[in-house]
Design a protein around this ligand. Structure first.
Ligand code: PEP
Ligand code: MN
Length: 355
């Protein structure tokens, strides 16, 4: 993959993109931009065309908002960013010299849309970000980046905004950090920006998610910021004021990639050794457990009994859950691990029954 992390001279300072979910009026964007602290915020964002879940909601002010973004750029000497979702948007955005463009989560899912945007941006010098698709599909996210690269676009970035779930979690969009971390392993030269606003869906979680992003060495943040968040025309619950944003940014601790200190390294190595030993023990235990599951499979086969027994599953699940607080592990973790163990046991038993 091409090395294009260098479109920004230094990534040791996070890139912070802030501004409202939607541009609402010229006065609104100007008053927000005026309040952003330029030492902490480098790019101004505002949505002009808004993809909404249901019809009848506010769908953005349209191209007139691009003129307001131009004013922001002139008055406050800050580059501006907006979302584009088709070739017509791209044309308008380029005509108005918008500096950063992003492909939204609802567009990244559609290869036709991404291809259309990529072709209309062919060889552009603009910076283009790709938000993760709403569904947890790493290949689709990387595929969008590849479509842009294939059109000669070099200044690229990824935005992690979380993934939709049917079952509601505490987040509006479940972060599933592992997907973004895998993205970074596979495309290490693409800067990774966190969008805590769309992950959270509510402003009280913005700090924790942002800090988590920097614990993972992300390159920056995109935070929805509004002068009057409660009365915003879209995404009101998740927007913060410029003052709150500044307080969040000042509180965030940036992490180093490593430390040369030898005491740190020897301690780390010891702890990692403990982890390796414990992991070995855990895997040996899993292996023993699965051998027992296999014996149960043989027994069920001899008696022609079905493999899945819901009462037994519920019993294991409830017993383990009641130990959770004592063990200091989250219920979510226990549930995931138990489900994986149970599935493996069933697979082993089904194989025996089918033989
Ligand atoms: C946005 O940034 O306002 C937006 C619509 O985000 P997403 O594409 O992540 O839903
Ligand atoms: Mn929004």
């Amino acid at each position: 993959m091409e090395n294009n992390k260098n479109w920004r001279p230094e990534f040791d300072k996070p890139l912070v993109i802030a501004g409202p979910c939607s541009a609402e009026s010229e006065q609104q964007v100007l008053s927000i931009a005026e309040k952003l602290d330029p030492t902490y915020t480098q790019v101004f964002r505002a949505g002009i065309w808004k993809p909404r879940t249901k019809p009848g909601m506010f769908e953005g002010v349209g191209a007139v908002g691009l003129k307001w973004l131009q004013k922001v750029k002139e008055e406050f000497k800050i580059p501006v960013a907006t979302e584009v979702a088709n070739a017509a948007h791209v044309k308008e955005a380029l005509d108005h010299d918008i500096d950063y463009l992003w492909i939204g989560a609802r567009s990244t899912v559609n290869p036709f849309t991404v291809q259309e945007i990529a072709e209309s941006l062919r060889d552009t010098d603009k910076i283009v970000f790709v938000k993760n698709p709403v569904n947890p599909d790493l290949e689709l996210w990387m595929g969008a980046i590849e479509r842009l690269q294939a059109q000669g676009i070099k200044k690229l970035g990824a935005i992690h905004r979380g993934f939709s779930t049917y079952k509601k979690t505490k987040y509006r969009n479940n972060p599933q950090w592992q997907i973004a971390l895998d993205f970074r392993t596979k495309m290490p030269h693409i800067p990774m920006i966190c969008d805590p606003s769309h992950i959270a869906g509510r402003r009280d979680l913005i700090f924790d998610i942002s800090q988590q992003a920097f614990n993972y060495e992300y390159d920056g943040l995109m935070v929805e910021t509004h002068i009057d968040p409660d009365n915003a025309w879209s995404d009101a619950a998740q927007q913060v004021t410029p003052d709150v944003l500044l307080a969040i940014l000042k509180k965030i601790e940036l992490r180093k990639h490593d430390d040369v200190d030898t005491k740190y390294h020897s301690e780390l190595n010891q702890l990692r050794q403990s982890i390796d030993e414990l992991d070995k023990e855990i895997w040996d235990n899993y292996s023993d457990r699965m051998k027992v599951a296999g014996k149960i499979g043989q027994l069920k086969k001899a008696h022609n009994v079905a493999t899945y027994q819901s009462e037994r599953w519920n019993e294991i699940f409830e017993n383990t859950k009641s130990n959770v607080s004592k063990l200091g592990l989250s219920e979510e973790f226990i549930e995931k691990v138990l489900q994986a163990i149970h599935q493996e046991s069933l697979d082993i038993q089904n194989k025996i029954l089918n033989d």
